[in-house]
Design a protein around this ligand. Structure first.
Ligand code: RIB
Length: 319
């Protein structure tokens, strides 16, 4: 079976992570433990998953000319991710995420975008070249943690080659309305769904309303990732709630990227949106059980063991 190339475009970060005993407050020094450095950034995380699932995986983004980029590249190199679309911004730092994980696992992230926001003409040319040369069939998985103009051009180049586009809309204020019809699928969290649709999306019913509104604005498949690890899926035919499994949440960092990456991988393998959404839920549910983003990502066997349980509990909502 030919597996589609997964092209991941977006943020590339070095993650610095600690555990804390209580959420941070103002004007205090918190003591932390379990300091770890991880590879991170949304695009790096989806590129990692694509390679782990046996797809040709191509990362496109920007890093600084410091030593931090290696922190993110190491696990990607081990899996054979192609880094030819990654360029280096001179005299810039690589993107850095400082991550605090309290006992409930609901992380707090402070992000310094750094090189992710510094694209010159040469970098844009390298990005375009990488998409033009990617082996077909291909899917482009992107986020907006790089400049909106870069994303817009990437989408145009991808569309011209028949490459389907799956979007994590972080940061939502960078997502222009006229781009929405170019997306096959979008996977906002409730805040992002509200930012894009103007409708609250925290509950199942609200997420369904927001998802329908985004479909009306031109996105074919909308999947709102709920705060509890489940999702609401809206397609042309149906509206579905896929509940999360009950798991012990250790660390929610990168769970949304597991969702989007696996959702895109499943679509690229020809699965229907409902099954693809179950892959996303299963992957995110597994990811939160382990400290760190990529260390919690499942392999194919671990994922497929969970998917039937998620599908069994999926229920169709009233349109
Ligand atoms: O979505 C999670 C990723 O984005 C982490 O790896 C971290 O870099 C954050 O900013």
């Amino acid at each position: 079976m030919t597996r589609a190339t997964l092209i991941s475009l977006g943020s590339i970060n070095a993650d610095f992570q600690v555990r804390i005993d209580q959420p941070p407050g103002a004007k205090e020094t918190l003591l932390a433990r379990d300091f770890c450095r991880f590879a991170g950034g949304k695009a790096s995380n989806t590129a990692y998953l694509a390679a782990r699932f046996g797809h040709p995986s191509l990362l496109i983004g920007r890093v600084g000319d410091d030593g931090l980029a290696e922190q993110t590249f190491a696990p990607l190199r081990d899996l054979g991710v192609c880094l030819e679309g990654v360029s280096t911004a001179k005299s810039e730092a690589t993107g850095v995420s400082m991550i605090l994980v309290p006992p409930d696992g609901k992380k707090h992230i402070v992000l310094a975008s750094n090189a992710n926001d510094q694209w010159d003409d040469a970098a844009i040319g390298q990005m375009r070249e990488a998409i033009v040369r990617a082996a077909l069939p291909a899917f482009l998985v992107l986020d907006f943690e790089v400049p909106a103009a870069v994303v817009r051009l990437a989408v145009e180049v991808a569309q011209a080659r028949g490459i389907k586009v799956v979007v994590d809309p972080s940061f939502p204020d960078r997502v222009a309305d006229d781009l929405l019809p170019a997306f096959l699928a979008i996977t906002p969290n409730p805040d992002e769904a509200e930012g894009l649709s103007g409708k609250p999306a925290a509950s199942i019913e609200q997420a369904a309303t927001a998802a329908k509104a985004l479909r009306e604005r031109g996105v074919d498949i909308v999947c709102v990732k709920l705060g509890d690890g489940g999702c609401v899926l809206a397609t042309a035919d149906t509206l579905t709630h896929l509940p999360a499994e009950r798991v012990d949440v250790v660390d929610s960092t990168g769970a949304g990227d597991a969702f989007t990456g696996l959702f895109a991988i499943a679509l690229s393998e020809g699965h229907a949106p409902r099954e693809a959404a179950a892959w996303g839920v299963a992957g995110a549910n597994r990811a939160v059980t382990v400290y760190g983003s990529q260390p919690g990502y499942p392999d194919r066997e671990q994922l497929l063991a969970r998917v039937p349980r998620i599908l069994e509990r999926a229920r169709t909502l009233d349109a």
